[in-house]
Write a protein that binds this ligand. Structure first.
Ligand code: ATP
Length: 201
């Protein structure tokens, strides 16, 4: 399976862009969605979390208390390491399975932390959705209704624009109007179809 990695910082427009590829019939595997479901109710990972922290980590309905866990690993970095050691291999496994199961001519792996988590090793090509940091701040604050300092914190934890661009084979600049995206996606899609096809031979 020929894999296109799509990444970009918070609020850069990854989802907007991958939706346009999906409209061309391309399957999109979202690393964030997989990561979010790894601790769903009934999963072995949630059982391990409960074994470690007790029911304190759960809500009344038995699902994970995400706010509690977030606070826990924020306070205790060792616990963050433990949680990552538990969840990362599971996420990787499910991610690879999802890529394998894709049925489109090529498949997109969309991940905000594609570069940071070295997921580029699973990609044949990397497309970066690029915006200035000012655009990132403005769009994220508008969409999520979060404080400027929260946005800043998330941006600090992500790769810098320069680091991300260094990993790019292709770049879509998304500082302009949304309407400018579709033609760029259409052009890249044609190119990716060709690349995927010739890799298949
Ligand atoms: P995150 O990683 O934070 O989930 P993302 O990279 O997937 O973000 P989107 O959710 O696609 O980004 O876009 C962020 C916000 O900016 C959304 O509210 C989206 O509608 C808006 N947006 C995206 N592109 C543009 C654009 N060119 N002009 C104006 N708003 C845009």
């Amino acid at each position: 399976m020929w894999v296109l990695g799509v990444t970009g910082g918070i609020g850069s427009g990854k989802t907007t862009v991958t939706n346009l590829f999906a409209a061309h019939g391309i399957d999109v595997v979202d690393a964030d969605v997989i990561a979010r479901h790894i601790l769903d109710q009934g999963t072995p990972a949630l059982a391990a979390v409960t074994e470690r922290y007790g029911t304190e980590a759960l809500q009344a309905d038995g699902s994970l208390n995400r706010a509690w866990l977030r606070e826990k690993i924020f306070q205790q970095p060792d616990e963050k390491d433990w949680l990552n050691a538990l969840t990362h291999p599971l996420i990787r496994e499910q991610l690879l399975a999802a890529l394998q199961n894709a049925s489109s001519p090529y498949v997109i792996l969309s991940a905000p932390l594609l570069v940071e988590n070295n997921l580029t090793r699973y990609c044949d090509r990397v497309l970066v959705v690029d915006v200035t940091e000012a655009t990132q701040r403005q769009r994220t604050a508008q969409r999520d209704n979060v404080s400027a300092s929260q946005v800043e914190q998330i941006m600090q934890a992500q790769a810098s624009r320069t680091q991300r661009l260094a990993a790019a084979d292709d770049i879509i600049n998304n500082d302009g109007d949304k309407i400018l995206l579709a033609p760029q996606v259409a052009k890249l899609h044609t190119q990716y179809l060709r690349l995927a096809q010739s890799a298949d031979k």
